[in-house]
Design a protein around this ligand. Structure first.
Ligand SMILES: [Zn+2]
Length: 252
């Protein structure tokens, strides 16, 4: 644990801001990223079963990191999507909203009843979600579940870092798939997003067409607007984000 007071005695070199290479990480940046992930992964893993990974605070992340790694995170927080060539808008980091737990939800993963990691939503979004799913259930005899609801900016950054190795350690490339903190509708209660998953565990993450082909998706296309939900990233969207048929945001 790094006490707040300890920062005062941090050597000056440690506080020198990183200038992140957004196209391709240098070996030093890769090494720092790996060290950060290794340090933070146990925390996130421990907090997934009760859903509190989604509401991680900056303090919780920074407390575990050395000053050099803390300033590495600072550099990410200073990045804006616009610097990386259009992509998601910057919404800013809003105050922690009045969140309520979605409650236990279960799907059938390869025929096995599996509990989803608990999720949180702002109250009006949760209520709209419930109304919409009651209607879908009535029409189709099945419904969708919340695979991801509210995510704090700190958890959003963790996810961004987590996915960087899968995208060649390129910030620009990773940003096509994962929003930077402050840029995600999952962390923006005024435009709260939900990632849906169906009861068979189809979420479209690896193959968007699988989710696009669902009857539940077609239902959303016809009826979601009536409940306040909009598809954020259709095919070939102007923001340059990849097609995300599972990601819908709510606006009152
Ligand atoms: Zn999403």
């Amino acid at each position: 644990m790094v006490a707040a007071g300890l920062l005062v005695s941090t050597p000056a070199w440690a506080l020198i801001a990183w200038t992140l290479n957004t196209e391709q990480f240098t070996p030093a940046e890769v090494a720092t990223l790996e060290a950060v992930l290794q340090t933070l992964e146990p925390l996130v893993t421990a907090r997934k079963p009760d859903g509190t990974a989604n509401i991680l605070t900056w303090q919780a992340l920074y407390d575990l990191l050395e000053p050099k790694a803390q300033s590495f995170l600072d550099a990410f927080r200073a990045l804006r999507g616009a610097q990386l060539g259009a992509t998601a808008r910057y919404f800013g980091e809003s105050e922690a909203p009045d969140l309520i737990s979605v409650g236990d939800e279960f799907i059938l993963k390869a025929g096995i009843r599996t509990r989803l990691d608990p999720q949180f939503l702002p109250r009006p979004v949760f209520e709209a979600y419930q109304r919409m799913m009651a209607a879908m259930q009535q029409d189709l005899g099945r419904r969708l579940y919340v695979e991801s609801g509210y995510r704090s900016p700190a958890y959003q950054l963790y996810l961004f870092l987590y996915y960087m190795p899968k995208h060649g350690h390129s910030i620009r490339e990773t940003n096509r798939f994962v929003a930077l903190p402050g840029h995600s509708e999952h962390g923006n209660p005024g435009r709260q997003a939900i990632d849906f998953i169906n009861e068979a565990g189809i979420n479209g993450e690896d193959h968007p067409e699988e989710f696009e082909a669902l009857e539940e998706y077609r239902w959303l296309q016809q009826h979601a607007a009536a409940f306040g939900f909009t598809l954020s990233y259709p095919r070939d969207n102007a923001e340059g984000t990849t097609f995300e048929p599972w990601h819908w945001h709510y606006e009152a």
